[in-house]
Design a protein around this ligand. Structure first.
Ligand SMILES: C[S@@+](CC[C@H](N)C(=O)[O-])C[C@H]1O[C@@H](n2cnc3c(N)ncnc32)[C@H](O)[C@@H]1O
Length: 213
C-alpha cells in the first residue's frame, strides 16, 4: 500500500501545469552543478548515467556533448515532449514518478539528480536514495543537488513537517542542512558535501558505491 503523501507526489498536475504554462522556464543553459558534475564524470570515466527528474533536458545536454549516454525519468509528459523537440528522440526518458523506480534493470555508472529530492517527503526521499543506489554500478557515483536552509525561502509558507513547507502555489519543499544530508545519505556512500549557488543556495552531494548494500 502506498503512503498517502507518496501518492500525492505521483500526481503529475503541479509540474505538468507548470511546464504547460511556463514552457522552458529555466532556459537552455545547464545549471552550474551540471557543469561541475560533467567535469567530475569525465574525469572518472563515467559513460552511462541516469537523470531522475530530467525536466526538458537542459542539464542532460552537457553530458551528452561529452560522450556520456543519458537516460531520464520525468513525471511531466509535456517536459518529455519538450526534451524530444529540442534534443531529439535518441535519449530514453521514462514517463513516471521516481517513487515508482526502478523503470529498468540497468546499472548506471553515474546518477545526477538535480533539484528533485527536496520536493519529496521523508519516505519518498529515502526510497529515491535507495533506488538510485541500487541502480548504481559498483564504483559508480551519484550526485544530488538540493536546496539548503540558507535559502531566503526557508521558513516561508505553511509548515508541513520539520523543515518541510508548502509554498509557491502548491510546491512542497524540504530544506536540508549538513546534518540531515549526513543522516539520509550516509548509508549510500556519502563522501562529500559542497555548497553551490544556483540562484538559490544549494548543496552538491556526492556518493560512491563501494559495495552492494
Ligand atoms: C526543480 S525541477 C528540475 C528540472 C531539471 N532537473 C532542470 O533543472 O532542468 C524538478 C523536475 O523533477 C520533475 N519531478 C518532480 N517530481 C517528480 C517525481 N516524483 N518523479 C519524476 N519527476 C519528478 C519535475 O517535473 C521537474 O522536471
Amino acid at each position: 500500500m502506498c503512503h498517502k503523501s507518496e501518492m500525492e507526489n505521483e500526481k503529475p498536475e503541479f509540474w505538468e501545469i507548470n511546464f504547460i504554462e511556463k514552457q522552458e522556464m529555466w532556459g537552455f543553459e545547464p545549471a552550474n552543478a551540471a557543469i561541475l558534475t560533467k567535469d567530475f564524470f569525465v574525469k572518472n570515466a563515467v559513460k552511462n548515467i541516469l537523470i531522475p527528474g530530467i525536466g526538458y533536458g537542459r542539464n542532460a545536454q552537457v553530458f551528452r556533448e561529452n560522450g556520456i549516454n543519458v537516460t531520464g525519468i520525468e513525471i511531466s509528459k509535456t517536459a518529455i515532449a519538450m526534451a524530444e523537440k529540442h534534443y531529439g528522440n535518441e535519449m530514453k526518458i521514462y514517463h513516471g514518478s521516481v517513487t515508482n523506480m526502478p523503470f529498468d534493470n540497468c546499472q548506471y555508472d553515474g546518477i545526477f539528480c538535480y533539484a528533485l529530492i527536496h520536493l519529496l517527503d521523508r519516505y519518498e526521499r529515502e526510497k529515491l536514495i535507495s533506488e538510485c543506489y541500487n541502480q548504481l554500478a559498483e564504483n559508480g557515483y551519484m550526485i544530488f543537488t538540493t536546496i539548503t536552509k540558507e535559502a531566503s525561502t526557508y521558513g516561508q509558507g505553511q509548515l508541513i513537517s520539520k523543515d518541510r513547507y508548502e509554498m509557491f502555489g502548491g510546491v512542497k519543499m524540504y530544506f536540508y542542512d549538513r546534518e540531515s544530508i549526513a543522516s539520509e545519505f550516509s548509508g549510500a556512500g556519502l563522501f562529500e558535501i559542497t555548497e553551490i549557488d544556483e540562484n538559490y543556495p544549494f548543496y552538491l552531494i556526492k556518493c560512491r558505491k563501494v559495495r552492494s548494500l
